[in-house]
Design a protein around this ligand. Sequence first.
Ligand code: MOS
Length: 684
Amino acid sequence: MTALERIEAHDKLTGAARYAFEYPVEGVAYAYAVQAAAGKGTIRSVAASEAMALPGVVAVLSCENAPALKPVDDGELALFQSRRVSYRGQLVAAVVAETLETAQEAARLLRVEYDAEPHDVRLDVDHPTLYKPDKVNPVFPTDTEKGDPEGAFSACAVQLDATYTTPAQHNNPMEPHASLALWDDGRLVVYDSNQGSSAVRDTLAELFDVEPSRVRVVAPHVGGGFGSKGTPRPNVVLAAMAARVTGRPVKYAVPRQQMFATTGYRTPTIQRVRLGADAEGRLDAVLHEVVEQTSTVREFAEQTATPTRVMYRAPNLLTSHRLNRLDVPSPSWMRAPGETPGMFALECAMDELAFAIGVDPVELRIRNEPATAPESGLPFSSRNLVACLREGAARFGWEGRVPAPHASAPAGRHGLGGREMRGMGVAAATYPGYRSANRAAARREPDGRFTVRIAAADIGTGARTTLTIIAAEALGVDPSRVTVEIGDSDLPKASVAGGSSGTAGWGTAVFRACQAVLAAPEGVEVTVDTAEEVRAQDDYARHAFGAQFAEVAVDADTGEIRVRRMLGVFAAGRIINPRTARSQFIGGMTMGLGMALMEESVMDERFGDFLNRDLAQYHVAACADVLDIDAVWIAEDDPHLNPMGSKGIGEIGIVGAAAAIANAVHHATGVRVRDLPITPAKLL
Ligand code: MOS
């Protein structure tokens, strides 16, 4: 395979690559937003005279004067359209000024009065607002049931019944949610940090009631998204509205302090998992019931139990999701939504079962390998979980592990052997192989080079580079002869960089366009649409799989946990670019480390809103936390996927990583922590 370095690497390192906030533009003004100070209620008044009196203030926007927007599905985008306050931290007003500092100071001078009402932000399993959503994201059944799960479980020789909780977690991309908007003769141009310019274009066209062809969204480089930029967020609406009202180009970047309430987060979850097995660990019943939250503004139903529908053979299987509709900011997409919290619970439960019956945790998973997808009964297009587990066990030195937990600890708490307890853990990973319909164009240039155009997004993944390789392979030329243009809604319409579907979805369109252009005359651009090809694909269960291994050292005195080693082995179809693929995998695993040990957004029940405001209060894993981390993969040749034979790789790296670490912590200490993150206090 071609191991190609990122095409834009030099531009990024030298600063030549521009991000949304960095585009130079004449006459620009800056916006700064005001967040609701009430947990729920209505806005009584907005007094703007003091703010307006500050020299350099151009405009104040709020429910009292904002232009009307057309309603769209996502209620979070109805910026300043009502006096209603749905949660603390919601954007209720904004100031536009000549400088960012002036806008910030004027925002402080705005007097917003509220008629407050009691708010409720507490996630609970027996909450009065608990309800069953019609579906879970993106289009999965809310509940599934096969056989007689309750009856079978109660008849099982071995019964594990455990509840796991995961906290709210926030994506913290390096580049903030930033937008520069300008209206030019009724046409809206937006430089915006997003995961899909076509989708942002369509939503803005709807909101501002203009033809999609009159809106252009430009985003050639994006400094991370992880899902939080997967759909347009209020920032781009604010920039476009402010530009419209003032007649000036307006820049708006969400400060990290305001991000926690306004750009989405992963819902906290409460998950009850029941595993019923025989004495050898063969599963007869698997029940996975999830309670999570959504806001009153927008329903977001994380698909937390869906991985349980594909993981293990069990004749009796039940999955369910219930939502609390609370006075909280709307949850949204965060890397491997569903699989990430769901597989934390399921894979910790598998580990607990393994210890309960004395079967090796790797062997337990192999023993429960299904022949077909457990819930749907569909054949897998390919499934190499067992190969991943075996390969990982061999590479990680799993055989040398002492099976009993807490075995490495010295006798007594402060024994002579040192204060460190070591343990190893394993967990499985899975992620669906999605593919969306896309359009792409290709042209042979007079100098023999090729240009490929598609409104794909590179959010740091290496998508531009990977698409170049795919095009070069289809054309039978060296990648250096191909230019791929992405990140602009004026290019052929593309799906978002989400659901790990980019390479499969965009790649299919790029591949087909390149095939077609080989037969076309020079200079003629050929455009293809893969809607039909995607619709016509056969019924297979398409999923990537993986095995995560972790070794931890726990300080017996302080409970401090260091992850000594992590290894991920993945089966994700054909890997197009090993260089960027490895980065994707270890990036996901690093995020899983953060999830296991650090990441936690704390809801303030008294006032509403998350207490976290910055990276000092929301800890993400940094380089020093990652001592020895590696990712490898099993060669998969799967003919049922797409012309490249690839599965998605952007998200599976995080799946199971937290469970592997939690299981290693248990192995090291004998303490089973079922509530993330595993902080020292929970071990002492
Ligand atoms: Mo990813 S959370 O599907 O952008």
